[in-house]
Design a protein around this ligand. Structure first.
Ligand code: NDP
Length: 371
């Protein structure tokens, strides 16, 4: 059986058939950047920096030229591995002198959440553009200050929302927003993992800003927003945390939250530090789209149901990977003057909604969001 989509024709031979993803899977930015590679300084050499650093090898417009770490020994080791000169190594104390390093165009803040605000402000004061990891900050007020500081310095600010550069998620956005499921009705999104070491910064309120919602629930929130392309008008949330569990003395474990959007579509979302989840589903009047895993580093899978057929959509083998796509996007924006598709304002929207989710859970009532 054959069915048509707006941009491609899928050949379907029954449930479980495989089809290539469509145009949504291509590179995000096709502007006229020149051939230079802009220099990135990576701040904080932890787990996620280990994911990002190898991906510069696949970048067309970005390279790593500086490292900022509390450990000189670690910085020297990483410098040798990634070809960073010793003149590009900084501690947190010497970080501000990065202003004198012409090899650094962009500072990438990959620190605990509670440090994002300070290092974004210091990077902007040093005249550098900023990539900041999610969640953007501990509070919406901090996020506003970060946007203002970068704007005052005439520098770009982008948030590390990698799913916007990931082929399966881009295709999912396209399918939903172009109406291939008919009118979207219900989104379900679940993200979580069983968190371990009770002494880690993710369980420290000052360094993390909150619990699972700040760290992993934000992926469910993002998915609900980028799949529908709408902003929620109200939220209601219920928290469930065992305060006798040593891990949850300061931050929450599980939050179930519901978002209502202007068109009437409703998103039911789970955020948890107690069990493993990484999936979303959009159900429309004419079918559904299912993603699992949905926002993994690789291997994300989509299944599309329309009529009586279910097809598995596979990303093209040579699609730009989400990490180098994200890094090059900011470099291209700096070179062309364009705004990043996930600028600071996008991070601020999430911070405002997260604060409303916490408030709803605390007060036991639905919270209306400002348009
Ligand atoms: P890690 O704990 O693995 O690394 C954080 C690094 O920050 C440390 O290794 C350390 O680097 C530095 N640091 C400075 N001060 C402190 C402190 N007081 N406590 C702990 N670390 C400190 O965290 P992750 O790499 O997992 O997370 C960092 C950020 O990246 C977070 O905001 C997180 O939300 C985000 N993230 C994003 C992901 C994504 O997919 N977009 C995935 C994972 C994380 P050094 O020793 O060099 O000083």
């Amino acid at each position: 059986m054959t069915f048509r989509s707006s941009r491609r024709e899928l050949l379907v031979s029954g449930a479980g058939a495989v089809a290539a993803l469509g145009a949504g899977a291509g590179p995000v930015f096709a502007g006229q950047a020149d051939g230079r590679k802009l220099g990135y300084a990576i701040v904080g050499l932890g787990m996620y920096a280990d994911v990002i650093l190898p991906r510069f090898a696949e970048c067309r417009h970005s390279r790593v030229t500086a490292l900022v770490s509390g450990s000189r020994e670690k910085a020297l080791r990483y410098a040798a591995q990634y070809g960073v000169p010793e003149s590009g190594l900084y501690s947190y104390e010497t970080f501000d002198t990065i202003r004198d390093n012409p090899e650094v165009d962009i500072v990438y803040v990959i620190l605990p959440n509670g440090m994002h605000h300070e290092y974004t402000l210091r990077a902007a004061a040093a005249g550098k553009h900023v990539m900041c990891e999610k969640p953007m900050a501990n509070t919406a007020a901090e996020a506003e200050e970060m946007i203002a500081a970068c704007r005052a310095a005439g520098r770009k600010l982008m948030i590390g929302y990698r799913s916007h550069f990931e082929p399966a998620n881009r295709e999912a956005m396209r399918i939903v927003r172009e109406g291939e499921l008919g009118r979207p009705r219900i989104v379900t999104a679940e993200t979580g993992f069983n968190i371990g070491d009770p002494t880690q910064w993710r369980l420290n309120r000052a360094l993390a800003g909150g619990g699972s919602m700040m760290d992993i629930g934000i992926y469910s929130l993002q998915a609900a927003r980028y799949l529908t392309g709408e902003e929620p008008v109200s939220v209601s949330a219920v928290e469930s945390t065992d305060r006798s569990d040593v891990r949850f003395r300061e931050v929450e474990d599980t939050i179930n939250f519901q978002l209502t959007f202007p068109s009437g579509v409703v998103a039911n979302c789970v955020s948890t530090y107690g069990s493993n989840h990484n999936r979303y589903r959009v159900v429309g009047t004419d079918g559904w789209l299912d993603a699992e895993p949905a926002t993994a580093y690789n291997g994300n899978r989509l299944r599309l149901r329309r009529g009586r057929e279910t097809v598995e959509l596979t990303p093209p083998a040579l699609a730009v990977n989400q990490f180098s796509g994200q890094l090059d996007h900011l470099s291209q924006c700096v070179m062309t003057g364009a705004e990043p598709i996930v600028a600071g304002e996008e991070g601020l929207k999430d911070m405002r909604i997260i604060e409303a989710i916490y408030r709803s859970a605390r007060e036991g009532r639905a919270v209306t969001l400002q348009a």
